[in-house]
Design a protein. Structure first.
Length: 140
């Protein structure tokens, strides 16, 4: 009586397993790349939103500390109390120190009883921009 030793796998079984593993690895890899891309774009968008919020927050804080008479503008420089704001290129400067480097529009309009503010970020990698507009009213 001869006992056959049938241990191991055939070439067809090996190729089948490799094909299934390849499909699984490709699916996992593409899901990972999609997640990384989403993370990168969302982080970029959040950074731009943070830049706009920082400028608006600092500007409104400074405007609330002063009276309407201590706010003036000349040659692209806004004097708000003892602080100076200037927008050049994509950078907003406060007292000649960069406050933000991602601002496309810095619009401060003096009103009869306050100031209208519009701040808009540069576009992120997906072309989205963040804009905040607000109005600060002075007390009489």
């Amino acid at each position: 009586m001869v006992i056959k030793n049938e241990q191991g796998i055939t070439l067809v079984e090996l190729l089948g397993v490799l094909a299934i593993l390849s499909i699984v690895i490709v699916l996992i890899g593409s899901a990972h790349l999609f997640g990384q891309r989403q993370f990168y774009h969302q982080t970029d968008q959040i950074d731009k939103q943070g830049e706009v919020r920082l400028v608006v927050s600092q500007l409104t804080t400074d405007l609330r500390k002063v009276t309407a008479e201590s706010v003036s503008q000349s040659e692209g420089i806004w004097q708000i109390g003892t602080n100076r704001y200037r927008h050049h290129g994509d950078i907003v400067y406060r007292n000649d120190h960069p406050l933000s480097d991602a601002i496309e529009i810095f619009d401060l309009t003096l009103l009869e009883n306050g100031a209208a503010i519009t701040i808009k970020s540069i576009a992120n990698k997906q072309g989205r921009e963040t804009e905040i507009s607000t109005t600060i009213y002075y007390r009489k």
